[in-house]
Design a protein around this ligand. Structure first.
Ligand code: GLU
Length: 441
């Protein structure tokens, strides 16, 4: 059975950029009938907060993602400690005592000599006495993973065959001086323990994957299948930063965007599928195959999101938005169907719904008073349907000689109190004769 995980760090809000892997994982799980694990990578206890953790869950729920399982790395330190001890015992994890300054000098020297600035593994030469002396000086070790130095090959579900040459990489630090874990080791330990079959994440992790495959193997774990997706960028090609508050999901939600529009923009952008309305995440899951994800960047266009949002609303059924509409005072399905074509974001319905407010002020210009009085007299008798507008305005045209805008605009202003809006042939029967008469008076 397919098991995927989405593993954000609760050190900031979700934004479009990091919503992308969440949705792509979810779509893959739906497509394959698999399970989706939400794993909070919160080993950085200083920067992780409960507020961000709750925010992430709320944002995912808003998008329609309900994890099958949840886990927090901060509950799982015992597993990481066990893996650490095993790697130390097997000589794959070794203590290093260089300070950041010393490492910096080593890198500079390597560059000056025209060599790649790779860690020289000097710490592997330290004797037990050397280590004891360094620790007596008050130094604390950080721990590096000893890479095999052979090319790591893997078949990426999106990018095809990949090779990461770990010989050109420094042995990665897995544990800091203060004993805290970097993301690399806990992630592998959890992926093994949780039976993760597919790791779907941004292509900024490709070189980590080389390291992590070696760690999977060192821990005798099953190596998952990897899929590295292109990253969402803005129009200038800049990535979305976690710290950048703009375009956070919370903000998009607040601005009245539809979750589905945001989910489509975050997942379908940068694929060969068109960024257009889909009925649901399931509908995207049916169409989106990972081979369709482009190898270039995924440029997000705010205008495209706005247009998509409007198109989705224009075909949204009353039942789908019923509860939210009630908050804007719209409870009649007929009013929703009359107004939906004229909004780009749902909250705009409040303003448009003023058309039906009992206290609406009709707008009647002095030079139109006589015309409006004639219109009032010619208003047909009820029952009204969508033909009443045509019957009425034809009679009015014949009688006054007005046509086009001269004919329609004064009626629109008087009946709706605004110069634009939905078609009057739909609005008129919804207003009814009594209200229409009053507004034309
Ligand atoms: N916490 C990591 C991140 O946010 C997870 C990466 C991964 O999916 O392995 O980048």
């Amino acid at each position: 059975m397919v098991v995927v995980r989405y593993a954000p760090s609760p050190t900031g809000q979700l934004h479009l950029g990091n919503a992308r892997p969440a949705i792509l994982n979810w779509l893959f799980a739906r497509r394959e009938g698999g399970a989706f694990v939400l794993r909070l990578d919160d080993t950085d206890t200083a920067r992780s907060t409960e507020e961000f953790a709750l925010g992430i869950e709320a944002d995912l729920a808003w998008l329609g993602i309900v994890p099958d399982r949840k886990a927090r790395q901060s509950d799982r330190f015992a597993f990481y400690d066990a893996a650490r001890d095993r790697l130390i015992a097997e000589g794959r994890l070794y203590p290093c005592y260089e300070t950041p300054d010393e490492l910096d000098r080593k890198r500079k020297r390597a560059r000056a000599l025209g060599r790649p600035p790779i860690y020289d593994r000097a710490a592997l030469e330290l004797t037990e006495e050397d280590k004891a002396r360094l620790e007596a000086e008050g130094r604390k070790p950080h721990w590096r993973f000893k890479l095999d130095g052979r090319p790591v090959h893997f078949e990426d579900l999106i990018k095809g065959p990949q090779t990461v040459n770990t010989a050109s990489m420094s042995d990665p630090v897995l544990i800091r001086e203060d004993g805290s874990y970097l993301y690399t080791l806990p992630s592998v330990v959890d992926d093994i323990d949780m039976g993760i079959t597919h790791v779907i994440r941004g292509e900024d992790h490709v070189s980590n994957t080389g390291t992590q495959i070696e760690i999977f193997e060192a821990l005798n774990g099953a190596v998952p299948v990897f899929a590295h997706h292109n990253l969402l960028t803005d129009a200038e090609g800049q990535g979305f930063s976690k710290r950048l508050g703009s375009l956070s999901l919370a903000q998009l939600r607040e601005e009245g965007y539809e979750a589905l529009a945001v989910a489509i923009a975050a997942s379908v952008t940068g694929t060969s599928l068109p960024v257009e309305p889909y009925d649901s995440l399931e509908a995207i899951a049916e169409k989106l195959d990972f081979t369709m994800i482009s190898h270039g960047s995924a440029r997000f266009d705010p205008g495209e999101l706005a247009g998509l949002n409007a198109r989705i609303l224009h075909q949204t059924a009353f039942e789908t938005v019923k509860d939210r509409l009630a908050g804007y005072g719209v409870t009649d399905p007929a009013i929703w169907y009359a107004l939906r074509e004229n909004i780009a974001k749902l909250p705009e319905i409040a303003e448009l719904n003023r058309i039906f407010a009992p206290d609406l002020e009709p707008i009647i210009a002095d030079e139109d008073r006589e015309f409006i009085a004639r219109a009032r007299d010619l208003l047909p008798a009820e029952p009204w349907d969508e033909t009443v507008w045509g019957t009425w305005t034809n009679a009015l045209k014949a009688e006054t000689g007005r046509k086009g805008k001269q004919l329609f605009m004064p009626l629109r202003l008087a009946l709706t109190g605004r110069a634009d809006g939905p078609e009057l042939k739909t609005i008129l029967p919804l207003l009814g004769r009594k209200v229409s008469l009053a507004r034309l008076s």
